[in-house]
Design a protein. Structure first.
Length: 260
């Protein structure tokens, strides 16, 4: 899936609230930034990173913290007030195209605000290669937990990617099946989730299996599946596209049963 044109975007507040709720449900609080304020709505810059078709956007903050390994100051050296804000990479979020609205600078009422945003935008374009490198590094360090302090004070990127998928599934926003599969094999389904949260009815198959077959399936890290207890035994939930793979996996148990 192609990334949106690199620019400033508003993100649908309802979608942001959905991500905040998902993160709070697991962690008790959320690092997903608010985007609605009294004086103006926060906008984001992106796409700064694409992971299996999911595009990430970094918040543009008015805070003028010094640049660090995690944030990047937006500067205009020729201005009297050189620091205009910061890009805050630990709070990047994945956003579907349907939740984006491209910022139109001319629609801003204040001319001074227009000029500020134009300068911020120009900085981001001049430094886009650096921005993309920082975004990739921050995402990698958080996901691998190679930097525990950063991971503890950042958005939970894998959790938000899964929330992105459940949001798209419930709002009929198309995401290629293979992208969804790769993301979930990498991140896991999350506590209590079944494939129904991420896939349509036509994309899922159900099959009664024995305990021996369940052991064979459980040993397959490349098979996206859920095993649940039903009224009459174990039920395997898997993708319709994996039906042939499931049959091959279960062949040893079925062959052993035939010999009894």
């Amino acid at each position: 899936m192609p990334a949106p044109a690199l620019d400033f975007y508003y993100v649908d507040p309802a979608y942001v609230s959905y991500l905040q709720t998902a993160e709070t449900a697991v962690h008790g609080s959320s690092h997903v930034p608010n985007v609605v304020y009294e004086n103006r709505n926060k906008f984001m810059f992106g796409s700064v990173l694409q992971i299996d078709g999911i595009n990430y956007f970094v918040p543009v903050s008015s805070k003028t913290n010094k640049s660090s390994n995690y944030n990047l100051q937006i500067t205009v050296p020729s201005d009297h007030v050189k620091v205009k804000g910061t890009l805050r990479f630990p709070y990047m979020i994945p956003v579907p195209d349907a939740a984006l609205t491209r910022l139109n600078i001319r629609s801003i009422a204040s001319q001074g605000e227009q000029q500020l945003i134009a300068k911020e935008r120009a900085f981001c374009f001049r430094n886009q290669a650096k921005i993309l490198r920082i975004a990739e590094r921050i995402h990698r360090q958080v996901v691998t937990k190679s930097n525990p302090a950063l991971a503890a004070n950042s958005c939970d990127f894998p959790l938000l990617e899964n929330a992105y998928l459940t949001y798209c599934n419930s709002h009929s926003i198309s995401v290629p099946l293979e992208d969804r599969k790769r993301i979930l094999l990498r991140n896991g389904l999350g506590s209590g989730n079944t494939l129904s949260a991420f896939f349509t009815k036509d994309e899922i198959q159900y099959r009664a299996i024995s305990p021996d077959e369940a052991k064979l399936v459980a040993g397959q890290p490349d098979l996206l599946h859920v095993i649940r207890k039903g009224e009459k035994g174990l039920i395997l939930q898997h993708l319709t596209s994996d039906t042939a793979l499931v049959k091959r996996i279960l062949e040893p148990a079925q062959s052993a049963l035939a010999l009894k």
